[in-house]
Design a protein around this ligand. Sequence first.
Ligand code: ATP
Ligand code: MG
Length: 258
Amino acid sequence: MSDDPILSARGLSLSFGAVRALDGVSLDLWPGEVLAIVGESGSGKSTLLRVMAGEARPDAGAVTYRDTLGASMEVHGMGEPALRRLARTEWGFVRQDAREGLRMGVSAGGNVGERLMATGARHYGSIREEAARWLERVEISPSRIDDRPGTFSGGMRQRLQIARTLVTRPRLVFMDEPTGGLDVSVQARLLDLIRGLVSDLGIAVALVTHDIAAARLLAHRLVVMREGRIVEEGLTDRVLDDPRHPYTQLLVSSVLAA
Ligand SMILES: Nc1ncnc2c1ncn2[C@@H]1O[C@H](COP(=O)(O)OP(=O)(O)OP(=O)(O)O)[C@@H](O)[C@H]1O
Ligand SMILES: [Mg+2]
């Protein structure tokens, strides 16, 4: 891992009316690191992810991204076109509901190929070949390449979304509950797949999950959120095996008891 964080958040606050969704959140994400953001429902996890990815503007604070060339940029100061360009090249976003991350009217191959074309690929034959390779990589039969995602199971759709996101080899991927809403057996297989791909490709991941087991499996480091604040952070095993904040202790024990 290099010396500089790929993404730094400083003092992020964001309120919705009386709700302080984020209340002075600061964190760093390092190149190639998987950082899990855990906490109960409503603690501000998704809001934090959306602010870090430039999809929501904080009331206070800043997010700095360091690009491939080492240049620093303020995510909320860079303007829509530049942000959109980043989002389709160096970044990726995996949504809990795959339908939000896919184009449902386009074939599976088209969903993967479209991202490649957005980064400059032009040759139809090689785009289709690469799309087929990625379908295999996420355990979808390439014979389904011309089928639309609407004909896929929930787990397949999520794997397709992952192929669409990773085909351009982003350096930084935001994931919001990537296994949420899926069958437990499907979740386990998906987590394994994500773990393999993320470590093969050396991607930095900000992973929002309320699934402690998923965090344990995937994340190097963990931050625990409560009411818009980070109450504890550290290496995953340390936080889960020796939680220091009472809230983390509760969170970990309630999972063990469940
Ligand atoms: N667009 C919005 N408008 C109004 N309130 C919002 C909005 N987005 C989030 N909130 C509120 O901010 C708080 C944090 O929401 P957020 O979605 O970040 O929580 P979360 O930790 O992702 O929860 P979950 O685990 O249920 O997804 C909640 O009280 C939520 O109702
Ligand atoms: Mg959420």
